[in-house]
Write a protein that binds this ligand. Structure first.
Ligand code: FES
Ligand SMILES: [Fe+2]
Length: 348
């Protein structure tokens, strides 16, 4: 864990703890390979054991900190390439070939993060207390299976994840930035918004238009996973079925880059599902990418101090609320960490 994760600002810009984070698409971690990624302030090694189960561990050998991602995949163990120490998927040292029987053998010495695969992505739990049990991974309904179908669209953008959260909680940009798109060309270009509380967050919605453009966003925190859900109406050319729902999760890579997961979902069954899947691959996906590209260009070009000099108005009240919530959580976690640190030092 980087030192900046001890501070309120660090936790805000890299992501608060005690959350599940989407790390990467499942396909990025191939059998027999060691995959290195940075996410939310952690340097990570991802690999699959011989049953295909994915493991997420710190990319740091417990012997002398060499990068395990430069090591050897042995099926159900990995071996550090520096002096050959072998570790299993639970982070236990399975063998020290250069010094058999040494005290390191059998010790859980490698930080290992609880990991799950769901909806085509790998998730890991980053706990404030490394040894505490994670909350259950509860995902929003559109990516929980059942009557819904989805495609995962994955991006890496060169800007803070916080700017993507702003973008997702800002329905009004649909009628302006995306006005020439196939989905957001109609409806009013002015609106009055309201906030409606839910059990898992809040909905930010236009009071005078729904089902016409990008008219609402919902912040969802299901006791561990933070995401945004929104609806965009599909035109008739998108075939039968309801609107186009997006579930989005964003995860910091570092302070200046983030990974974005956009599950593009539709509640369709039977032949309508087949029809959507066909149309999506053949026509809709390229158009959706064009829209996302408009978001990327806007977000990446934002000044680094964008939040320092803003003049917000009524359409921005969701951002204000969410930023306040995230900062309050970062502050609480930094304070609790500071409290725990002297206790930990005394215990040593
Ligand atoms: S640093 Fe990994 S085995 Fe020595
Ligand atoms: Fe957008």
């Amino acid at each position: 864990m980087t030192n900046s994760l001890h501070t309120e600002d660090g936790l805000l810009t890299l992501g608060v703890r005690d959350r599940w984070y989407a790390l990467c698409p499942s396909r990025q971690v191939r059998p027999g390979e060691l995959t290195r990624i940075d996410r939310a302030g952690e340097e990570l090694l991802l690999w699959r054991d011989s049953s295909g189960v994915v493991h997420v561990q710190e990319d740091r050998c417990p012997h002398r900190a060499a990068r395990l991602s430069l090591g050897v995949h042995m099926g159900d163990r990995i071996a550090c390439n520096y002096h050959g120490v072998q570790l299993d998927g639970d982070g236990v040292v399975a063998s020290v070939p250069g010094s058999p029987g040494c005290a390191l053998e059998g010790r859980k010495a490698l930080r290992t993060f609880p990991a799950r695969e769901h909806a085509g992505a790998i998730f890991a739990w980053f706990g404030a207390d490394e040894d505490a049990e994670p909350a259950p991974l509860r995902v929003p309904e559109p990516i929980s299976g059942g009557d819904w179908d989805d495609f995962l669209c994955y991006v890496e953008w060169d800007c803070s994840y916080l700017l993507s959260v702003d973008n997702l909680m800002d329905p009004m940009h649909g009628a302006f930035l995306h006005r020439n798109s196939h989905t957001m060309f109609s409806g009013k270009r002015e609106a009055v918004f309201q906030i409606r509380d839910t059990d898992t967050g809040f909905v930010f919605e236009k009071t005078d238009q729904r089902g016409v453009n990008f008219d609402w966003s919902e912040w969802v925190d299901t006791g561990g996973l933070q995401s945004v859900t929104l609806d965009i109406p599909y035109p008739a050319t998108a075939g039968p079925g309801g609107p186009f729902t997006i579930v989005a999760c964003v995860t910091a890579i570092n302070e200046h880059q983030h990974a974005g997961f956009f599950w593009r979902c539709r509640k369709v069954r039977g032949w309508e599902r087949d029809s959507w899947r066909f149309l999506y691959k053949n026509r809709l996906e390229a158009r959706h990418w064009q829209v996302l590209e408009q978001d990327r260009a806007m977000a990446e070009a934002m000044p680094a101090d964008a939040w320092a000099r803003e003049n917000l108005y009524q359409h921005d009240i969701a951002l204000v609320r969410l930023r306040r919530m995230l900062r309050a959580e970062a502050k609480r976690q930094a304070a609790s960490r500071a409290e725990r640190r002297p206790a930990r030092a005394a215990a040593r």
